[in-house]
Write a protein that binds this ligand. Structure first.
Ligand code: UDP
Length: 323
């Protein structure tokens, strides 16, 4: 199978490229390296360029692909509020032109990295696929708009898609070759581990006055390889002729910021210095996924469900590889 991975040099995309290689696919990565890393693309062809460039896309898709997986997006909520123009262009407009190229080149299958951010402030937890979709920031809105666009492109042009809404992607390649390398890093687990390594002096705890048992926010952390296995199963479902569908991906377990810091202290053997900081804008107190639909329809079972295991993999990467 020939698969184009857009954003394959980024955190989740690079793990996907490696997994597709293990599945014996022919993989081409397209990445502009704005935030990705060339050395994270372990197998296949690599094309450096912007997926918003219609001429490049046209010549690339003319090579013929069975499916496209799309991981390339801007992901910072606060930045999306300050620069909605960048977010709508990169995440929405460029995806629109990508889909138009796919239509032209008759590529029928598309797997899209969506987000729990499409739901906005949760009305209930765990969040299933029927939960109201009311994103509260431009980032979430761009993801929801693409999901809606995909529904229309399926009905009109027969492009079949699966949207996977990640909750909190975490962890690293269990074999230690890949991991999280954002710049700037804003995610909780890599920042805690950077503090454990001495690269940062402390971790800011954004709010201790939430309506949760210990007052800190609760999130559903899901291992990056489990996200990738869901992508693979999603693609197989489309190849079997199943309908386009969206799935929520998480472990169904919530961990507070305090619990994550405590687990990281056990894993690393280091005391992590904490500084109490104000709440971060737009952070809901609790976000937990109900992933039963993905279990039932895709046969997806997360393999790395222990938070300790997820942090161990991230720590090995942070400690030895992410110098
Ligand atoms: N968080 C924190 N300190 C940090 C980074 C994150 O307390 O330096 C908290 C954040 O407020 C949220 C949780 O950790 O409650 C997870 O945040 P992250 O940015 O990793 O993912 P998000 O839930 O925003 O997608």
């Amino acid at each position: 199978m020939k698969i184009l991975v857009i954003g394959g040099a980024g955190y989740i995309g690079s793990h996907m490229v490696k997994m597709l290689g293990q599945k014996k696919c022919y993989v081409t990565t397209l990445d502009n390296l704005a935030s990705g890393h060339r050395d994270a693309v372990l197998i296949g062809d690599f094309v450096q360029g912007d997926y918003g460039d219609p001429v490049l896309l046209d010549s690339l898709l003319a090579r013929g692909f069975d499916a496209v997986m799309h991981f390339a997006s801007l992901i910072q909520v606060a930045e999306s509020v300050q620069h909605p123009d960048d977010y709508y262009r990169n995440n929405f407009v460029n995806t629109l032109s990508l889909l138009n190229s796919m239509k032209k080149h008759k590529i029928k299958y598309f797997i899209f990295s969506s987000s729990a951010a499409i739901f906005g402030e949760p009305i209930y937890n765990p969040i299933d696929e029927t939960h109201t979709q009311l994103p509260i920031n431009p980032y979430g809105r761009t993801k929801l708009m693409v999901e809606q666009l995909l529904g229309d492109y399926d009905r009109a042009f027969g492009i079949k898609s699966v949207c996977l809404r990640y909750f909190n992607a975490a962890g690293a390649d269990p074999e230690g070759q890949l991991g999280e390398r954002h710049n700037p890093e804003t995610h909780l687990i890599p920042l805690i581990l950077q503090a454990a390594k001495g690269k940062l002096s402390h971790i800011n705890v954004f709010g201790r006055d939430y309506d949760t048992p210990d007052g800190t926010c609760i999130r559903d952390y899901i291992h990056v390889n489990d996200i990738c296995s869901a992508h693979w199963l999603a693609l197989l479902s489309l190849l079997r002729g199943e309908d386009s569908q969206s799935y929520n991906l998480g472990n169904g377990n919530g961990f507070s910021v305090k619990e994550i810091i405590e687990t990281a202290e056990k894993v690393t053997g280091q005391i992590i210095f904490q500084v109490d900081s104000p709440r971060r804008d737009g952070d809901p107190s609790r976000l937990i996924a109900d992933s039963r639909l993905a279990h039932e329809r895709l046969g997806w079972r997360p393999q790395y469900t222990e938070i300790k295991n997820i942090i161990e993999h991230a720590w090995r990467w942070e400690r030895f590889f992410n110098i």
